[in-house]
Design a protein around this ligand. Sequence first.
Ligand code: COA
Length: 246
Amino acid sequence: MRYSKEFFALQIRFARVVVALTDRPIDEVLLDYTNIYVRFGLGRAFDRDDPTWRRYADGLSQTADISDWTYRFYLEQKTEAPRAQIVKTSGCFSYARQGPACVRVHFRNIEPAAISPLSIDRLPERLAELRALFDHVAHNQQEATRVAGTSWLYNLRAYRRCFPQAYVASAVVAEARFRNMPLWGQFLDRNGLVRIDAAEDFVRRLSNVKHVRDLASCFPLQALAVEAPIEDFYAFYGLAAGGRHG
Ligand SMILES: CC(C)(COP(=O)(O)OP(=O)(O)OC[C@H]1O[C@@H](n2cnc3c(N)ncnc32)[C@H](O)[C@@H]1OP(=O)(O)O)[C@@H](O)C(=O)NCCC(=O)NCCS
């Protein structure tokens, strides 16, 4: 998915406030407080000496319009590298292993533009995808005992209803996710455009920030971390551990 210029502009606006509060250079702040490094397809090492990042950072000092430079640079990059550690994808969902005992769930919209992926109409499809995903876990990750996730999406009833109750009930705020889509994704709609209401709310809150410690509260929704035993998932999707269907 190609993200809109406004999505980058919103993050740059946030970075400028961080610069004003911390007196740090803009390139460092863009690396530490925005999702731009990931969106350039550079992975998640956040290496300030990465040659592509250096080329981008050098250009910052030579442009009058950082948003424009950033978006042109983004469009020049290859399509994003898939996350290396993903084991299996099923429709909008995928999972990665996190150590031997835990699987981590990810979401990415793959529906056509006109379809609301989290709508009640599409709920049977989402549940079928998750059932297939956890069937794969049951067959291939026998040592897994826990399931974890982190996302702003766990604030939405439309997303929570796809998962077992104990999992969504375990939600705690995940601090300092400024580099990650589990926080910034709340400003996007399914077509990669900025959600006007959420962005306006964010900008309004941002204009009142006086301390670095208040930056997280500018985000209308927080990233939430959730975790639950894998048996809850097998029961919820009608599966049995080890791949024997219940
Ligand atoms: C997740 C995503 C597809 C939702 O987009 P969308 O176009 O709103 O999708 P839907 O139409 O299915 O919306 C589902 C519901 O959530 C609501 N919703 C979506 N984003 C919201 C937000 N930021 N704040 C409040 N409600 C929101 C919608 O209004 C809708 O509610 P409704 O059914 O009561 O009207 C989109 O935000 C996205 O692709 N984000 C980027 C990727 C991302 O964040 N991935 C997760 C990384 S961890």
